[in-house]
Write a protein that binds this ligand. Structure first.
Ligand code: IDP
Ligand code: MG
Length: 139
């Protein structure tokens, strides 16, 4: 059975461009409830660790620099089938390929600066949630 929680970050471009409120509203209107949320900024070590899986990719340095360039919103979200439904809501990594009505279609600048993160599995959702939140911060 698929799990009911996922993890998201509104990335620095989304905050910088003033899209924070609209994106959070889209998430709530799509039926997700917020279990944890924080406005924060990743350190270089945190960004490197979070994206460790991409450390061999050519864009890793650029990704770490971008993700530490300004504040983010991190959140744990709850809904039936959360991981897959949230990936559908955010759309493809590259906004040029993202479906109409998705968050990345509306708000992403480019494949790199793409407004929002969504976990890709239940296992990673749990790992990523714990990376950002203590148990006492999850409601
Ligand atoms: P995802 O966020 O849709 O799961 P991943 O392939 O896991 O996409 O890549 C993680 C993040 O790395 C992307 O969201 C994006 O910010 C960045 N990224 C992925 N591919 C590229 C690229 O080709 N150039 C620059 N940045 C990229
Ligand atoms: Mg991914």
């Amino acid at each position: 059975m698929s799990g009911n929680r996922t993890f998201t970050m509104l990335k620095p471009d989304a905050i910088e461009n003033g899209h924070m409120g609209k994106i959070i509203d889209m998430i709530i209107q799509a039926g997700f409830s917020i279990k944890a949320m924080k406005y924060t900024r990743l350190s270089e070590d945190q960004a490197k660790a979070f994206y460790e899986v991409h450390s061999e990719r050519p864009f890793y340095g650029e990704l770490v620099e971008y993700m530490t360039s300004g504040p983010i919103v991190a959140a744990i979200l709850e809904k039936d089938n959360a991981v897959a439904d949230f990936r559908a809501l955010i759309g493809a990594t590259d906004p040029a390929e993202a479906a109409e009505g998705t968050i990345r279609k509306y708000y992403a600048e480019s494949k790199g600066r793409n407004a929002v993160h969504g976990s890709d599995s239940d296992e990673n959702a749990a790992i990523e949630g714990k990376f950002h939140f203590a148990d006492s911060e999850v409601f």
